[in-house]
Each structure stands twice: as C-alpha cells, then as structure tokens.
Design a protein around this ligand. Structure first.
Ligand code: CA
Length: 234
C-alpha cells in the first residue's frame, strides 16, 4: 500500500461546480478517492457516514459557512485534517479559520499544485502525530485516552475529551494513588479564571467514571473518599 493509496478518501465541500471539478479531478489524478458535498447538510452527512481521511472545505456555502461546519465537526470529536478554502485574503479569515479548528487554509484562487502539496503535508503531519505520540496514551483496561489530542476510546466508543475532562484525567494520572481534595482539583484544573462549585468537580468525576470505569456505578478506579476528596488507583 502506497503512502497515498486510493483508500484515502478526501471529502470536498464546495458549491461552485468549476472549483469542485478542478479539485476533484486533480485529487483523483493524485490517487485519492473523492467524495463531494455541495453544502453544509451534505457535508455533515458525509462526515458522519464515510469517515474521510481529510476534508477540503469552502468557507462560503449556500446553506451556511465552512468555519461553523469545521467547528461543529471538532465539537463532535472528528479529528481529521481540515483544509479551508476562502476567497478572502485577510488575516481575520485566517485567524477565524484556525480558531474554528481547521488545520490549514488556502485562499482562492489557488494553484492546484499548492493545494495538493498542502493536502500531502496535512496527511503526513497526521501520520507523524499518530506514531510519535502514541506513547502518551493513558490506558485503563480496554479503554484509552491520548493526552495530546484528547481522543479517547471509552464506553461511549470514540470520543474527544473536553479540555477540562482531559485536564482532570492528567491530574489523576500524575497523582496516582494520592488523595486529591476538591480544592486541589479546582486549583489544578480550573485555575483562577473561573468559579466552578464543588458540584462541578463531582460531575466531572461522574463523567470520567462513565467513560472509563468497567462498571461506572461501582467505581473501582476513580474513588470517592468521603469528606476528603478523590483518589485514582489502578
Ligand atoms: Ca462557495
């Protein structure tokens, strides 16, 4: 199997027929399989059903915009590389594109060789990340989480942990078998910039149990020490 074999499916989300054809044709020539979505609704269906390796997303779509589509994909835990196409060559679009979770962005009109080079770079980057950072996987039984990306395999299948969920998990990982009071946890994970209640911590512990405990209702790993706090043990 070659590095860019035809098993790699690229989703092209674009409503302009000429750009769509140009991109699709060149990707196929380069050996990729291509799926097309004309709008946000089609793109959402394609993302959830076809599991593309990478998506090229136009910023301006008939029923919405590529920024929001990208944000929603990230919120749903999709980690595929996303390359945004935008007609506007200004810093604001660029910042917005990267803020919404896109990996790269290209301004229209673009050269096809440059587009292909960006696609290859994104695929390579994904590959490198997958191998070098695999060692940072936290494991508990059949389940795992990656501290670099927040991707996790849990009772709920593949999920992406939120920043706080991941922070809490890392804290327990660093302090295995140590008592952590709610105040410790609040200070380490939530810091000074927000004012959660003790109940917030409890809810996040429940969430970690639900994701990672073999029997979430009978926790054996994320333990409550009544009146004192929490402790993680293997
Ligand atoms: Ca468009």
């Amino acid at each position: 199997m070659g590095e860019f074999s035809s098993t790699q499916l690229i989703l092209v989300v674009e409503d302009e027929p000429l750009v769509q054809e140009l991109v699709a044709l060149n990707l196929k020539h380069a050996g990729f399989a291509v799926a097309i979505a004309q709008n946000v609704v089609q793109a959402q269906i394609a993302l959830s059903t076809t599991q593309p390796t990478l998506a090229i997303v136009d910023a301006m779509l008939p029923d919405g915009d590529g920024f929001l589509l990208t944000r929603q994909a990230r919120d749903q835990g999709l980690t595929l590389p996303i390359l945004l196409l935008t007609a506007r060559n200004d810093t604001q679009s660029k910042v917005r594109g990267l803020d919404c979770g896109a990996d790269d962005y290209l301004t229209k009109p673009f050269d096809v060789p440059e587009l292909l080079a960006r696609v290859r770079a994104l695929l390579r980057r994904g590959k490198v990340g997958g191998t070098t950072l695999a060692a940072e996987r936290w494991r508990l039984g059949n389940f795992w989480a990656r501290f670099d990306t927040g991707e996790a395999f849990t009772h709920e299948g593949d999920v992406r942990l939120s920043e706080k969920e991941l922070g809490l998990l890392m804290l327990f990982h660093k302090h295995e078998n140590q008592l952590l009071s709610r105040a410790d946890i609040l200070e380490e994970v939530w810091g000074m910039d927000s004012f959660p209640t003790d109940r917030t911590v409890d809810n996040f512990i429940l969430r970690l149990r639900k994701l990672f405990e073999p029997l979430p209702d009978e926790p054996r790993h994320f333990i409550t020490l009544r009146g004192r706090g929490y402790l993680f043990r293997r």
